[in-house]
Structures are given as C-alpha cells and as structure tokens.
Design a protein around this ligand. Structure first.
Ligand code: HPA
Length: 241
C-alpha cells in the first residue's frame, strides 16, 4: 500500500474511493488528522492531509513524527508527498510540476528525528540522496504519461515559514543552488528515511518565489490552482492504474 501525504490545496483526494477512516495515536502524539483508506485505480492507498482537516496546522505546527510513524505503522511500502512550492529557477513558473532530487533544509526548531531521548541509540542515517530513485522515476513517468512534462531534477529548499521569504532570502537560496522553495518538505523526508520508507516529492509550483516576478503569495490565482490540482490528480491516476 502506498501512502500519500497531501499538502495545501489537497486536503482531500477527489479520486480516492474511500473505504474507511482511522484515528491513530502514536508515541509522538497525534497525526495531523485521521488516516483515510481507499483505492485509487487498482491500488490501495492511505492518505493523510498534512495541514489537518480545514488546513488548521501551519508548517511549523505539523507533527511530522506522528504522521510518518502512523503511516509506517500501517505497513506502507512508500510515501508520495505532494506539496506546493514557490518557483526560483526560470523554468519553474506557476503550474510546473517538479520532482526534486535533493533538499536543502533551512527549517529549525522542528522535532526532526526518531532517534533521540535517553533510551535511544544515536543513529546517523545516510541522507546524501534524500529521495527514493525508483519512486521518483514512477512519479516522473506518471507525469509524462499525462502529457505534461515534469521537471525531473531540482533542489528543494525548506524554509521555516509561515511567512514567505524576503527577496534577499530567495537570492541567497538561489546562490545556494535551490530551485524551488516550500515549507513542509522537512523533516518529513528525513523521518521517512529514518523509518526506511521510500519517499518521493511531487511539487506543484503555485507562485514565483519572492522577487522572482509577480508578487509571491501562496494565495495564488484560482485558475492556476484548479488546473494544478487536476494535474496532480491525473498524475495519481496514471501512477496507480
Ligand atoms: N515560499 C515558501 N513556501 C511556499 C511558497 C513560497 O514562495 N509557495 C508555496 N509554498
């Protein structure tokens, strides 16, 4: 069973034929919301809305450990994370689907490891390549099967939020090598790695990052939003057929 973590704009998955929901408690507290089980195409899927029902959790308030623990506890074989991002690189304007291949983490103060506390061993997981290549390939193939061209490489910068970045911060991220910027990709990805769960990220660019043209706002144009959500839905259908 594949797990899907939905981001802003994707608190529900219209293509999911829901079978049941389950409230899960974890040693790390409560996940963002109940898990939703169902089928997309031929495949069983478990879905969680990262920001909770009604989008009530800001990026720094999300209990990433509880979410990943809850999904791992269901025996999922991998996690497809969906997130909205700002575009930094010139070919990553609003509406683009990006499957990043690496991460720079600028977030702070988030509970970002399962390996802490007095009784736990210290473990340093290998995170050179934070995403799972096989799962990334499947996502990229699925995007291409829908007729859209995925940008199949890019560096995801995770900022703390909830405010958007300054134009100067975006220039710094760009100098660092970042191509897209979001607020929720970390510590989600590294917690999945600590659980040995293959993890890939499908990012929908919803705005130009600050100073990169237009005004950076995550309240992006509704028409772009709607098109983006239907593109993501088409990718899921193509992937899970
Ligand atoms: N910055 C950070 N996170 C985001 C953005 C942005 O411009 N757009 C969507 N999520």
């Amino acid at each position: 069973m594949l797990a899907i973590i939905g981001g802003s704009g994707l608190a529900k998955l219209p293509v999911l034929e829901v079978t049941h929901r389950q409230v899960v408690r974890t040693p790390y507290g409560d996940p963002s919301c109940a898990l939703t089980f169902g089928r997309i195409g031929e495949q069983n899927v478990v879905f969680i809305a990262r920001h909770g029902h009604g989008h009530s959790l800001a990026p720094h308030e999300i209990n990433y450990r509880a979410n990943i623990w809850a999904l791992h506890n269901q025996g999922v074989k991998g996690i497809l994370s969906i997130g909205s991002v700002g575009g930094i690189r010139a070919d990553m304007g609003p509406g683009t689907l990006v499957v990043p291949d690496n991460i720079i983490d600028y977030s702070w103060g988030r509970k970002h490891t399962f390996f802490d506390g007095p009784e736990r061993p210290v473990v340093h997981v290998d995170f050179s390549n934070p995403y799972d290549d096989a799962l990334r390939s499947k996502v990229i193939e699925a995007v291409n099967a829908t007729g859209k061209q995925a940008v199949s490489q890019g560096i995801y910068a995770c900022t703390q939020g909830p405010r958007l970045e300054t134009a100067a911060e975006i220039l710094r991220l760009e100098r660092d090598g970042a191509d897209i910027v979001g607020m929720t990709g970390m510590p989600e990805a590294c917690l999945a790695r600590e659980m040995n769960l293959p993890y890939a990220h499908l990012c929908l660019v919803v705005n130009w990052a600050a100073g990169k043209g237009g005004s950076a706002t995550v309240d992006f144009d509704p028409a772009t939003a709607e098109a983006g959500i239907s593109d993501v839905t088409a990718v899921l259908l193509a992937m899970l057929r």
